[in-house]
Design a protein around this ligand. Structure first.
Ligand code: SF4
Length: 346
């Protein structure tokens, strides 16, 4: 549960247990959920930072704190050295100047001191203090959804038969012309690649220019970041399977149209049925919404395990989005940590 929530389109409410009780109102403070661990604090801090910066607010560190550049470096370091303290420990957050300097741009002056000692203060919250009822928010993670909780149809095939079936399906896809606009301008289809017995599948949106040229998924700049993300959770790219929602590059890298996703559904569903992964990581809104048959934003679908047949599903920000919005890396790392914990990867 987030420790902050939107108040309206232009303001948010921030929990601060050092503040006196008050009624809701712009600029006021309220008491909301406490943290159970430093990991909770990290995840919540990342959520808040990403949200504020998406909303247009910019942090201006004061002269006594670390620079914004060092904070951005801390975020970027998460996918290159996740096991280190860079951005992973609560100390990383404080030293980066977000609570000590950045928060001073958000909180009233008399609350800066409280924000500097966030974790210990929150742990001292009296247990009998009445909590406000949560307000629905578009950023509140949705409850787990299950579009199809039945087991995968058919039986699990031996690996050699899976490889044969995938090859056969790939040849069918290569000649597909269901989407006239896509089939007419593609160089080639991009079917997918990786382990035929994967525990983890990474499910993207659509091929880009590099993928269209090479016929391989996730080989461009976003693909390189995805490879780092995979390695950051103690996996190797060859251990997982990578595929996209649609197999042809949309012109101009636009999002696939709903009818194009519908046309290609049979292909990605058959791939998943053959692979039967334990986990499916949906990258971005297009693949998340397609697989879960949902219209909810990625912001609401993330941070929750969903179900697709026998597979657990998580939704995270697409690597291409992370390249454009480095501030969201912290949220993505929190999602990957959730996956690692559930899968026993650490
Ligand atoms: S996107 Fe899928 S359904 Fe559409 S033409 Fe390409 S392979 Fe066929």
């Amino acid at each position: 549960m987030p420790w902050w929530r939107e108040h309206d389109e232009n303001s948010i409410l921030i929990s601060d247990l050092n503040a006196p009780p008050s009624t809701d109102g712009p600029g006021k403070h309220e008491f909301v959920s406490p943290f159970q661990s430093s990991g909770d604090i990290l995840a919540a801090s990342g959520e808040l930072l990403a949200h504020l910066q998406r909303s247009g607010l910019r942090f201006v560190p004061n002269s006594a704190a670390a620079s914004m550049a060092s904070w951005e470096q801390t975020l970027a370091a998460q996918f290159t050295s996740p096991a280190t303290s860079a951005g992973v420990t609560s100390a990383g957050v404080t030293s980066a100047g977000v609570t000590s300097a950045g928060a001073s741009e958000v909180l009233p002056e008399n609350h800066v001191a409280a924000s500097q000692t966030l974790a210990p203060t929150l742990q001292e919250r009296p247990r009998d203090r009445q909590q406000p009822s949560p307000t629905p928010s578009r950023l509140t993670p949705v409850a787990s959804s299950s579009v199809n909780s039945a087991p995968y149809p058919g039986v699990s095939l031996p690996v050699a038969e899976v490889v044969t079936a995938l090859d056969s399906l790939s040849q069918s896809v290569a000649g597909c012309t269901r989407c006239k606009a896509l089939a007419s301008c593609r160089t080639q289809t991009v079917f997918g690649e990786g382990s035929p017995q994967p525990r983890f599948v990474f499910f993207g949106e659509a091929p880009g220019a590099e993928e269209d040229k090479t016929g391989r998924p996730f080989v461009g700049a976003a693909g390189q970041l995805l490879t780092k993300m995979i390695e950051a959770i103690q996996l190797k790219r060859e251990d997982v399977y990578l595929l996209n929602t649609v197999k042809c590059r949309p012109p101009g890298n636009r999002n696939p149209a709903p009818d194009e996703v519908a046309n290609c559904r049979e292909y990605f569903e058959t791939q998943l049925q053959l692979l039967r992964p334990e986990y499916i990581v949906c990258l971005g809104a297009v693949s998340s919404q397609a697989l879960l048959q949902s219209k909810l934003s990625i912001g609401r679908l993330r941070q929750t395990f969903h179900q697709y047949h026998d597979s657990k599903v998580i939704a995270i920000y697409h690597p291409a989005y992370l390249l454009r919005n480095p501030d969201a890396k912290r949220a993505a790392w929190a999602d990957l940590q959730m996956l690692m914990k559930d899968a026993g990867l650490r």
